[in-house]
Ligand binder design. Sequence first.
Ligand code: ADP
Ligand code: MG
Length: 639
Amino acid sequence: MPAIRQLPPSVVNKIAAGEVIERPASVVKELLENSVDAGASRIDVALGQGGTDLIRVVDDGCGMNAADLLLAIASHATSKIASADDLFHVSTFGFRGEALASIGEVSHLVIRSRERDADAGYEIEVDGGRRSDVAPCGCLVGTAIEVRNLFFNTPVRRKFLRASQTEIGHASEAFTRLALAHPRVHFTLRHNERLLYDLPQVASRRERIGAFFGRDLESSLISIENRDGEVRIHGFVADPVHSRGNNRMQYLFLNGRHIRDRALQHALGEAYRGLLLSGRYPIAFLWLEMPAETVDVNVHPTKLEVRFADSGRIYSLLLGTIRKKFLATDLTARVQAPLGALEPGAEAADGAAVTRHRSELVNWAKGTLAAAPASTVTTGDEQSSQSLLELQFDRPGGPLELTRLDRAWEPAPTSPRLEQAGEAAGRRAGYPLVEPAAPTRVDPPQPASRSHLGFQIHNRYLVTENADGMVVIDQHALHERILYEQLREKVLAEEIETQRLLVPEPVSLSPAESAAALDAKEVLAQLGIEVEPFGGDTVLVSSYPAMLANLAPAEMLRQVVEQLVSSSKTPERRDLLDDLLHMIACKAAIKAGDRLAPEEVTALLEQRHHYQDSHHCPHGRPTALVFTREELDRRFKRT
Ligand code: ADP
Ligand code: MG
């Protein structure tokens, strides 16, 4: 066995750097935290090529003198704690004294700094771990730090960096987390000379949230506030009309520090149970304050995860606070007419109707509706709820068109309609809200819908026969497959039908999402989705595939972007266009539970034979099961 050796400091630092500095966003986070710790009131961030070429952070904080500069870049040198005891009373972001040393180890680092009442500033450089002497220089009060060529001397790390758009997405997320928590600091962010954010000082966090995610979301925020002993929770949750397909819009801050915590995310999901469709996640901005000694922030290298002394109590506090707030809030007041409707007249009428329906429902669910319309009053609670739901939501005029191409525009199915149903379910069950959204749509037993080719059962399967035996088909899976094939042919032939918006619709996304959307501009154009940058993280949609006309444009774009973001994560990246085709086909297809007219059953069954792969839906689930005649004979003991 080789002899045991003490590692040289530069190796130790490289190892430490590996833990703290993973990508440009980590540098942005560490530098921003230092600036906030230094009491800055203005912080300017500039990045070049996603931060891989340049990261510059300039603040007007307390600055450093010559002696400080030398220490700042030494490892385990910090001004923020003095002893191990202090570790459990940390009120600053930093305390490990590791960030600048680590960054200097894997980049070209220059720090210029000047204390408030000093006549001059000082400068120090660190080049891949080798430092220069401190030299005087002219600079403004505060600190300016430049990090160039990150990972130039650790090629493996450098190789793992993603496209500049992806890195800027991460960096911008780090920026967002800090800026959300510090509304009184003026922040700016530039990328390749383009100004992405200019966030002047504002009085409240709410306004800061609006600056990032749009006034629409801001106005739907419900503020919450509660305490249990020394633990205080406050912040905002979004009305369930707003939700996301992932949990990235759940910002949790503990004593001012952004954290991720599975238990708390779970509590949040529970609080919205019954109010959101499955697969949708609530949006929240929550601040927890508790005595520093009741939480250990030193369990994760970048302090992203923490350990609570009493996590069960915090879980119940969060869950209970939000639920009580929801029960006391009239969620109906917030419903707005869907944006971007194609016919302005219809939009207003529709919006008003949706609002009215929703408020009736909520009233009914709260037990305050005087009397249900005579025709729907029946015996059981369950029964009347069903009738009411049908009355409100099931439009007359029968089944869905198969192609949906000529379907009138109506609110996205993920927004008011089903959420109302879900909400009603939650309210009916009282507190706690236990019932998920789906079960409220009870399928009443209905006579089978027959065509000469087969019939529909349970509003979800088609039964037919072929030469081998009896065939049972999943209607959604089959329709999805057919649409996918049709769509692919059209896209290849550049003949896809698109829906042009009279007024292009601005959609505000997260930095990573807007970067992904603009990155994929060409692919999206092939599908008939036209997007343009519109300042900040807002993207302008001017057209989209007619097949998705049943989704509001903003919702359509969000779905597409979720697909983009998640496909860029899969290691064996499949064809992006293909992923999007699958997603569109899935969204546009009839669903399980949709009742079909006999002609529709015929149309579906006829088209089935035109497509090679029609025995599997694009996700690979079977679309059809065959019960062979032999099998039937055997089961009936005929052989
Ligand atoms: P930590 O933040 O954990 O103390 P860092 O390596 O990030 O460790 O920073 C080391 C020290 O350098 C800090 O404790 C602080 O005294 C000083 N420092 C870093 N950045 C700044 C800044 N922007 N303004 C003033 N002082 C700073
Ligand atoms: Mg620090």
